[in-house]
Ligand binder design. Structure first.
Ligand SMILES: Nc1ncnc2c1ncn2[C@@H]1O[C@H](COP(=O)(O)OP(=O)(O)O)[C@@H](O)[C@H]1O
Ligand SMILES: [Mg+2]
Length: 575
């Protein structure tokens, strides 16, 4: 079980933490020591004792230099500690996200998830950067302060500890209503900000539908409301500010009254009372920072709990087998496979088929029929809800998933390019090839020319140019990666959808030639390009409704025939 936030902070880098605590203690001691020196300085001045004054002054100067050094090391160690903690956390999250089920990612791959996560991380960072230092420093300075206060005058100290809480209590009561209005005002401005964001994201709609004046009046209304709340809180503040000032000054005023008598009666020196007033600030400070610390601690704790939820999600379950019989007759076998993403709607229903080694198979069907889902199942990204899947003769549950995926090369419709060089993006297919091979493969998928001319060569970082690389160019880079991989099974899931039909046909011919001994599964959206396959599986509503060669299925005049002639018609009509 989790041991809690504090524990997780303490566990990491204990020695660094101890050094921060020790340094905080020293700095706190020096700060209080200065108050004490202040007392002597004043008393020596009043007594016209130049020798004593010089001595104390030099000591203070010297210790100031030491303090600067200690403060510096303390701040540095605190920063280092926070950085280390955050980096470990980020690394943990990053590692975890590569290991969780695809389901987890697909359910959360929204902007919200990312922005919540980065928001949570910055809440934790805020706590570490701003509050952690106070947590170590304030208790020490308070304790040393109390000790010195007692030394100066126990009567004055007791008096102070009665007065201060009363004043703090009064000032809290008084600022309550202002807080309420300030919060309301902030909420209203929040609404305005949301509206600005909505406007930005919906700007095309706003322009296209001529909603400008509607938006302006919406803005107007919201801003007026925020303004009204702002006025209300301002009105309160105008009255309350002087009152608050009086309250916060009253400990000092009382101190002068009570302390002055003690000075006159000779119980305290003038330096003593001056030093004591300095101490009052030190006693009040924790009361001011404490709510901030608690607030930032609570936020950070909640943020960390949400992150832990991510860190404790179940990882992809993998089997252990990574050996297989290269001569197994069937490369992919689906046996009565049914699959549902949510446990309610079945996307695949009782699907059975076998793909022989070296066979070229196309899977066709209306979009949403479940074709890509079949690919995800073959890759072991999801497990079948019912039935069995074997790949290269081994049940998908028994495969070591990285070995399994090592045997499969996939090219998808949407291509993600890593923010690295073009060459590296292609090399992910196979680390053991030289640059010549990469260029060769790129030529085969008609990527070479634009890589040289548009992208500026293979060694150029994709980085910021990623946006300028078109869908068709991306797909060709992905196909180079795809072809380079030394896999047994090659799967193209609408991998040429963004290419014009001539380029597609040309590349497809090359791919068929290159992969003639391999098993190839093509999910295609243009039927013209799949005539060459050995077999076509037609999927409709999650079921395999037809299975045969192109000619056979055309003659059969069933679902394939309909789909095919519909597209042919569209092509002829130029739709
Ligand atoms: N991660 C997912 N979670 C829930 N439903 C999904 C998910 N991915 C796909 N689907 C649904 O499953 C159905 C089949 O999708 P898919 O296999 O991508 O179809 P195809 O590739 O044939 O267009 C669609 O209705 C789609 O909305
Ligand atoms: Mg699909």
């Amino acid at each position: 079980m989790r041991k809690g936030f504090i524990y997780s902070i303490l566990r990491k880098n204990l020695s660094l933490l101890l050094s921060i605590i020790l340094l905080s203690l020293m700095v706190a001691f020096i700060n209080i020591y200065f108050r004490n020196m202040e007392r002597y300085l004043i008393d020596f001045v009043l007594a016209k004792n130049l020798e004593g004054f010089k001595r104390v002054f030099l000591t203070v100067l010297l210790i100031s230099i030491v303090r600067i050094f200690l403060e510096y090391v303390k701040a540095f160690n605190l920063g280092k500690f926070a950085e280390k903690y955050m980096n470990e956390l980020r690394l943990d999250i990053g590692k975890k996200l590569t290991k969780v089920n695809l389901e987890f990612i697909e359910k959360r791959a929204t902007g919200d998830f990312i922005s919540n996560l980065s928001n949570d991380l910055s809440l934790i960072q805020n706590f570490l950067n701003s509050s952690l230092g106070d947590i170590f420093y304030q208790p020490f300075v308070f304790i040393f302060g109390v000790i010195l206060a007692f030394q100066i005058s126990w009567k004055l100290t007791l008096f102070t500890f009665v007065i201060i809480p009363i004043c703090i209590y009064l000032s809290i009561i008084i600022s309550k209503p202002v807080e309420k209005y300030t919060k309301k005002q902030q909420d209203e401005y929040g609404n305005v900000n949301t509206l600005v964001q909505d406007t930005l994201s919906g700007i095309t709609v706003i322009k296209a539908f001529n909603l400008k004046s509607e938006m302006v009046s919406l803005f107007d209304e919201k801003i007026k409301r925020a303004f009204k709340e702002g006025l209300r809180s301002a009105r309160f503040e105008v009255i309350l500010d002087p009152m608050k000032e009086i309250i916060s000054l009253s400990p000092f005023i009382m101190m002068f009254l009570f302390g002055g008598r003690l000075v006159i009666s000779g119980e305290i020196s003038v330096g003593g009372i001056m030093a004591f007033i300095g101490l009052i600030n030190i006693f009040i400070a924790p009361m001011n920072v404490l709510p901030n610390i608690i607030n930032s601690y609570r936020k950070a704790k909640a943020a960390l709990e949400r992150i832990w939820e991510i860190l404790s999600t179940e990882e992809e379950r993998s089997g252990i087998i990574n050996e297989y019989d290269p001569d197994c007759p069937y490369v992919v076998e689906f046996e009565n496979v049914s699959f549902s993403y949510d446990g309610a709607d079945y996307i695949l229903k009782d699907v059975s088929f076998k793909i022989k080694k070296g066979e070229k198979v196309a899977i066709v069907g209306e979009s949403g029929g479940g074709k890509s889902t079949i690919v995800k199942l073959i890759l072991g990204l999801y497990k079948p809800t019912k039935g069995h899947i074997k790949v290269l003769g081994i049940d998908i549950n028994e495969w070591n998933l990285s070995s399994l995926r090592g045997r499969i090369s996939v090219a998808n419709q949407d291509v993600y390019l890593f923010p690295e060089s073009v060459e590296e993006n292609i090399r992910y297919g196979n680390y053991n090839v030289d640059n010549k091979k990469i260029e060769e493969v790129s030529k085969k998928v008609l990527a070479y020319d634009f890589i040289i001319s548009d992208l500026g060569g293979f060694d150029k970082e994709i980085g910021e140019r990623a946006l300028k690389i078109s869908g068709g160019e991306r797909q060709r880079i992905a196909l180079a990666r795809f072809l380079l991989k030394e896999a047994d099974i090659f799967i193209m899931d609408e991998a040429t959808s963004a290419l014009d039909s001539d380029t597609e046909a040309q590349i497809q011919e090359t791919l068929f030639e290159e992969l003639k001994d391999k098993t190839l599964i093509v999910i295609a959206h243009r039927y013209s390009s799949i005539k060459f396959v050995d077999r076509i599986l037609v999927i409709e509503d999650g079921k395999i409704v037809e299975d045969g060669t192109h000619e056979y299925l055309l003659k059969k005049k069933g679902v394939y025939y309909k789909l095919y002639s519909k597209q042919l018609g569209e092509v002829e009509l130029g739709v």
